[in-house]
Design a protein around this ligand. Structure first.
Ligand SMILES: Cc1cc2nc3c(=O)[nH]c(=O)nc-3n(C[C@H](O)[C@H](O)[C@H](O)COP(=O)(O)OP(=O)(O)OC[C@H]3O[C@@H](n4cnc5c(N)ncnc54)[C@H](O)[C@@H]3O)c2cc1C
Length: 426
C-alpha cells in the first residue's frame, strides 16, 4: 500500500497537518490509535501563557523572542509564526470550527494586529490565559474582570461532572454573587438510571434533540430572578453550535458555558469536524489502529505496518509522527528511561529519574516537557542521525513544556503547519 504521506496519530496536530497536505493534493493516510488530548480540551487554545521562568505572558508573539533556540517556536521563526497565527481562524473556519480571539477594546490601527491573550474561566471558577477559543467558550480581557453582578448557575440534576460550588466560590472571589439551581428533564433523568451514563457526551446527545434543548431553555428562563449572567455546563453541540447559539439568543441574560470534567464536548466536536474535513478532502483515516515496525533505508523511513493491517506494509514518501507525549503514549516511560516506541527516536529528557519530576505536584514538572529531539525543520534524530523524510509534530516535539507554558495547541498547530509546508516544498 503506498501513499504520499503517512501520519501517525489522530489528534490536533496530525489532523491539521493532514488537512493541509490533503488539500494541497497529497494522498494521505492517518493512523490513529485512540483518544487524544482534544477529548480533554478546555475548549480554548493556548499559544503561550507563561515563559519558562514562570513570567505571565500577555502578548505571546512578542514574548516568544525570549524563548530558547531549541523551542519549536524559535525553530519556526517569528515571521512564519506571525503568518501562521493569523491564518489559524480561517483554516479552522473552513473545517466548520469557529474560533475567536479575545474581543479587543478599540485601539489605534497599528496595534489592532497585536495578538493578546484572553482568559477563560476554568471549571473551578479561576481564570487561565488562552489565545483563541471555540465559539461557545467566552474569553475575557483580563484575569480579574468581573464577569457579572449576579449569576444563576444551572446544572442538570445528578450531573456530578459540573462542580457548581467550586464555580460559585471562584466567581464569588471576583465579586459575582452566584445562585445555584438544578433542572430535571425527563430525557436526561433516563440517563441517571445508570450513573455511568450521566456524562457530558451523553447529555449532549440528549440535548441535540430540539424538543429537549428548548425545554431546558424555558426552564432556565423560569428560574431567572433578574440575574445578568447564566452559567451552564458545556454539554451542548457534539456536531455543531446550533443549540448554544439558540440558548444565547433566547435567555434574557449573558450566557456563559463552562467546562465540565472530561470528556470535553467542544473538544470532541472539534475532533469530529477536523476528521470530517480531512476525509472530505480525500484523506484515509484508520481509526483504532496503531503504527509499528518501521523499516529504514539509511536515514530514511521506507514504511510501517499497523496492528490491524497485519503483514501489509504501508510505504510513503514522507512520514509524520504526531503520537503525543507520555499522555498519548507517543512516549513510554520505564523506571530507567523514556523511549519513543514506534521509530526508536532520540528523546530529550534528563538521564537521572529524580530529575523527571518535582515532588511538589503543583509546580512545573519536567516530565510534561519530554519530547523527541529534532532539527530546525522538525526532522527527528535517531541514534544522533537525522531521519530526513520523517517529521515530528505536536506534543511529541521536544524543546518545550506545553503544560507549564500554556502552549499546547499553539505548538500542535504551528508545528503541523511547518511540517506540511516543508513536505510541500514551501
Ligand atoms: C488532558 C490534556 C488536556 C489538554 N487541554 C488543552 C487545552 O485545553 N488547550 C490547549 O491549548 N492545550 C491542551 N492540551 C495540550 C495538548 O497537548 C495539545 O493541545 C494538543 O491537543 C496535542 O495534540 P497532538 O496531536 O500533538 O497529541 P495528542 O492529542 O496526544 O494525540 C496523539 C494521538 O496519537 C495516537 N497514537 C499514539 N501512538 C500511536 C501509534 N503508534 N499509532 C497510531 N496512533 C498513535 C494517540 O492515541 C493519540 O490519538 C492538553 C493536553 C492534555 C494531556
Amino acid at each position: 500500500m503506498r501513499f504520499d504521506v503517512v501520519l501517525i496519530g489522530g489528534g490536533l496536530s496530525s489532523l491539521v497537518c493532514g488537512i493541509k497536505l490533503q488539500k494541497a493534493g497529497r494522498k494521505c493516510l492517518m493512523v490513529s490509535a485512540g483518544q487524544n488530548a482534544l477529548h480533554f480540551s478546555s475548549g480554548a487554545f493556548g499559544l503561550l501563557g507563561k515563559l519558562p521562568d514562570g513570567t505571565d505572558v500577555t502578548e505571546p508573539l512578542s514574548a516568544m523572542e525570549a524563548l530558547p533556540s531549541e523551542h519549536p517556536y524559535s525553530k519556526i521563526g517569528k515571521s512564519r509564526i506571525t503568518e501562521y497565527v493569523s491564518s489559524v481562524p480561517a483554516f479552522f473556519s473552513e473545517c466548520g470550527v469557529g474560533l475567536h480571539p479575545v474581543a479587543q477594546v478599540a485601539e489605534p490601527a497599528e496595534t489592532a494586529a497585536v495578538v493578546r491573550n484572553g482568559y477563560r474561566i476554568t471549571p473551578l471558577g479561576t481564570a487561565k490565559p488562552a489565545w483563541i477559543a471555540m465559539d461557545d467558550v467566552t474569553l475575557f480581557a483580563s484575569k480579574d474582570e468581573k464577569i457579572g453582578e449576579n449569576a444563576l448557575i444551572v446544572n442538570f440534576s445528578g450531573f456530578l461532572d459540573f462542580n457548581t460550588r467550586f464555580i460559585a466560590e471562584g466567581l464569588g472571589k471576583r465579586g459575582t454573587v452566584c445562585r445555584i439551581e438544578s433542572v430535571k428533564l425527563d430525557e436526561v433523568e433516563r440517563l441517571r438510571k445508570n450513573p455511568a451514563e450521566m456524562r457530558s457526551v451523553n447529555i449532549a446527545r440528549v440535548m441535540s434533540v430540539e424538543e429537549n434543548w428548548k425545554s431546558l431553555g424555558h426552564k432556565v428562563q423560569e428560574l431567572l430572578q433578574g440575574e445578568d449572567l447564566v452559567i451552564l455546563p458545556e454539554v451542548f453541540g457534539l456536531r455543531d453550535q446550533v443549540v448554544t447559539r439558540w440558548l444565547r439568543e433566547m435567555i434574557p441574560a449573558k450566557v456563559l458555558f463552562l467546562g465540565t470534567t472530561p470528556p470535553s464536548v467542544p473538544g470532541i466536536r472539534t475532533q469530529i469536524l477536523l476528521k470530517k474535513a480531512f476525509e472530505a478532502a480525500g484523506g484515509t483515516f484508520l481509526m483504532g489502529d496503531e503504527a509499528l515496525d518501521p523499516s529504514f533505508d539509511g536515514g530514511k523511513v521506507l514504511g510501517v505496518r499497523t496492528v490491524n493491517l497485519g503483514r501489509i506494509r504501508i510505504e510513503a514518501e514522507d512520514f509524520v509522527l504526531a503520537s503525543g507525549n507520555l499522555f498519548g503514549k507517543g512516549l513510554l516511560a520505564s523506571p530507567g528511561k523514556v523511549t519513543e516506541p514506534v521509530f526508536g527516536l532520540d528523546v530529550d529528557c534528563p538521564s537521572e529519574r529524580r530529575n523527571w519530576y518535582d515532588e511538589n505536584f503543583f509546580t512545573r514538572q519536567n516530565f510534561t516537557g519530554f519530547g523527541v529531539k529534532t532539527d530546525k525543520d522538525f526532522h527527528p534524530l535517531r541514534g544522533g542521525e537525522v531521519v530526513s523524510n520523517l517529521y515530528v509534530i505536536g506534543a511529541e516535539v521536544g524543546g518545550c513544556n506545553p503544560l507549564a507554558e500554556g502552549s499546547g495547541a499553539g505548538v500542535a498547530i504551528l508545528t503541523a503547519f511547518s511540517a506540511a509546508d516543508s513536505i510541500l516544498g514551501k
